[in-house]
Ligand binder design. Structure first.
Ligand code: GDP
Length: 420
């Protein structure tokens, strides 16, 4: 069995609803936790005179390692089903979860929403669903977790499904693209194997649902967009910008343009994994050389695209943002640092145009004086230095950003319109 296509998976949901436990269970059931780690837990448990269940040891150990701030090899969090190789895009509960979800090299293709059966929809359930919607995730697996705590009652499951369906409808999520599964991540019900505890349920297990997700489409048809990560000078070759192709393809001989530096030329060579290649595609990390471009002509944060369809440079842009955490209020004139692809640029929020009701997605207030944590809004933004950015409807990969201030991510957003 060789899994092939790659999927980035986000695990979202309210704190304590069981995200880490579900991840642990998925890793455990797919054989992604190395045997020596399980063996070590088994020995430790035997020494302590605890008998029984090895999954519990794995979770204890994961929790202890997390508390000590150590990353261990089971925290790579990758597992394979028959169809796909999955990477969990971030450690659930991680402080920078939101930022990484938006700007990380690994944007999520799909998400699993964990909702505890004994608690139902909670504040972060709502927040994460809205965020997932904003970021363009349109396929959800809903794990109604902790079914063991509610005695595997069908009626409780139905109530939670009803509540989550309402929430999805509110944010205009297509509920036909959501699958609901009664789960106990801790006991393992309906994760890898069909559970005898839920005879009233005839649908898929979590692993089956993951297996039947649609394949992510490689964005090869979009124009080339290659955010520059670094610029090197290599003797014998010259200036070598490096970065990851987000969309489109690059061929030797193509004429390209770097924005906002506004220089360009013909691609002479492309290198990948220390080998010259004639062509590179989305997801490829490349170094390349462009005729006539010197080290000081371009910089990190530039985006490389075709000369006849260059990346746009924003004089101002309109965006929808979600304020995650800000100690006070955000008003017009606020100038935090925006992180978009490889660029970090101070930008001024020039006007707050609309406050959006984050549960319905409808306009709640025109021209509000301020916004604060938990609010969603449409704002107009003026970069303080030239910034290449794209409407997320055209090039999603280059249309989202995080706003950072005081050492943390305070908001996330997507670009609606660019005024060049
Ligand atoms: P997270 O904050 O969403 O990552 O939640 P955790 O995975 O850390 O789980 C929170 C608590 O709920 C822990 O004590 C888990 O052992 C417990 N838990 C998680 N899933 C289940 C479940 O399916 N059944 C039961 N009984 N407890 C669970």
């Amino acid at each position: 069995m060789s899994a092939s296509q790659h999927q980035n998976l986000a695990i979202i949901g309210h704190v304590d609803h069981g995200k880490s436990t579900l991840v642990g269970r998925l890793l455990y059931e797919t054989g992604s936790i190395p045997e020596h780690v399980i063996e070590q837990h088994r020995e430790e448990a035997e020494e302590k005179g605890k008998g029984g269940f090895e999954f519990a040891y794995v979770m204890d150990n994961l929790a202890e390692e997390r508390e000590r701030g150590v990353t261990i090899d089971i925290a790579h969090q990758e597992f394979s089903t028959d169809e796909y190789d999955f990477t969990i895009v971030d450690t659930p509960g991680h402080r920078d979860f939101v930022k990484n979800m938006i700007t990380g090299a690994s944007q999520a293709d799909h998400a699993v929403l964990v909702v505890a059966a004994d608690d139902g929809v909670a504040p972060q359930t709502q927040e994460h669903v809205f965020l997932a919607r904003t970021l363009g995730i349109d396929e959800l697996i809903v794990a109604v977790n902790k079914m063991d705590v509610v005695d595997y009652e069908e009626s409780t499951y139905d109530e939670v499904v009803e509540e989550v369906t309402q929430l999805l409808n509110q944010v205009q999520f297509n509920t036909e693209d959501a699958s609901f599964i009664p789960v106990s991540a801790f006991e393992g019900d309906n994760v890898a194997d069909v559970s005898d505890n839920t005879p009233w349920y005839e649908g898929e297990t979590v692993l089956e649902a993951l297996n039947t997700l649609p394949e992510p489409e490689p964005p090869t048809d979009a124009p080339l967009r290659l955010p520059i990560q670094d610029v090197y000078t290599i003797s014998g070759i010259g200036t070598v910008p490096v970065g990851r192709i987000e969309t489109g393809v690059m061929n030797t001989g193509d004429t390209v343009s770097f924005q906002p530096s506004d220089v360009g030329g013909e691609v002479k060579t492309i290198e990948m994994h220390h080998e010259e290649v004639p062509k590179a595609e989305p997801g490829d990390n490349v170094g390349f050389n462009v005729r006539g471009i010197g080290k000081d002509d371009i910089r990190r944060g530039d985006v490389c695209g075709p000369a006849d369809d260059p990346p746009s440079v924003a004089e101002t842009f309109q965006a929808q943002i979600v304020v995650m955490q800000h100690p006070s209020v955000i008003t017009a004139g606020y100038t935090p640092v925006f992180h978009a692809h490889t660029a970090q640029v101070a930008c001024t929020i020039e006007s707050i145009d609309q406050k959006i009701d984050s549960s319905s997605g409808e306009v709640a207030e025109e021209d509000p004086d301020f916004i604060q944590s938990g609010d969603a809004a449409v704002v107009t933004i003026r970069p303080q230095k030239p910034l290449s950015i794209e409407p997320s409807s055209e090039i999603p990969e280059l249309g989202s950003f995080a706003i950072r201030d005081m050492g943390q991510t305070i908001a996330a957003g997507k670009v609606l319109e660019v005024n060049e």
